[in-house]
Ligand binder design. Structure first.
Ligand code: CTP
Ligand code: MG
Length: 231
């Protein structure tokens, strides 16, 4: 049976999933690589669909895999699948263009953050609903950070207390995200960066360790471990 999304939900979630996964090593596009026997994208979409506010999910798939991704996700949740672009920003723009009239809150969420809990989706959506135009989930930076120059020589130590590591889903009032993408210049790796350029305040909420981005083989092993532990 096809899962139903909440018809009273008011949030659309865009899922850029068109990347190659170069840093993960040779193989299929990253979103389609298995984590405990299921593609990363399936894990991600299942958790998004479990968030009560979600009304619409739009996935940007690798262009050659659009039909395969649609078939893969049909048993998981009702989704719209569009071809992604050469850069993440183009994939997000393609997904944004496919959102139907209705949802006024839009979340942008990496397929690679496959174990993101539905509670984080809800807390970001709630922060936008409460009146913020742009919301990002963040974690404190735990390592000491150095600025280095030529020859790997240390130039100085950065004040860590003012730094945050940024995750997804990032949440936006629809008009704010649309305007930021229309005005976008050089591709950025996150949507909040585009919104910042528009002078819109971006507010942080607590992120989740489980929203780690699977980037390198070590991250995949860690995600397998978390999943075995019930994530
Ligand atoms: N993404 C996308 N379209 C692109 C590039 C990336 O939709 N042209 C998506 C990825 O599928 C991923 C998210 O953006 O879900 C975050 O990107 P990243 O972790 O960098 O994934 P990849 O680009 O696939 O990995 P790599 O940079 O190692 O190739
Ligand atoms: Mg990438």
């Amino acid at each position: 049976m096809t899962a139903q999304l909440n018809p009273r939900g008011h949030v659309a979630v865009l899922v850029p999933a068109a990347g190659a996964g170069v840093r993960l090593g040779p193989g299929a596009p990253k979103a389609l690589r298995p984590l405990a026997g299921e593609p990363l994208l399936v894990h991600a979409v299942r958790r998004i669909a479990a968030a009560a506010s979600v009304h619409t999910i739009v996935v940007a798939a690798p262009a050659a895999e659009v039909d395969a991704v649609r078939d893969l996700l049909t048993p998981v949740a009702p989704v719209t699948v569009v071809p992604g672009g050469a850069e993440r920003q183009a994939s997000v723009a393609a997904a944004l263009a496919a959102v139907p009239a209705g949802p006024e809150i839009i979340l942008v969420h990496d397929a690679a953050r496959a174990l993101t809990p539905p509670e984080l989706v809800e807390s970001v959506a709630a922060a936008v609903r409460s009146g913020h135009d742009a919301v990002i989930p963040v974690l404190p930076v735990v390592d000491t950070i150095k600025e280095v120059g030529p020859g790997e020589v240390v130039l100085g130590t950065v004040d860590r207390s003012a730094l945050r590591a940024v995750q997804t889903p990032q949440g936006f009032r629809r008009a704010v995200l649309t305007a930021a993408h229309e005005a976008a210049g050089d591709p950025l790796t996150d949507d909040a960066g585009l919104v910042e350029k528009q002078g819109v305040p971006v507010v942080c909420v607590p992120g989740s360790e489980h929203a780690l981005k699977v980037t390198r083989p070590f991250d995949l092993a860690l995600a397998e471990h978390l999943l075995a532990g019930g994530a």
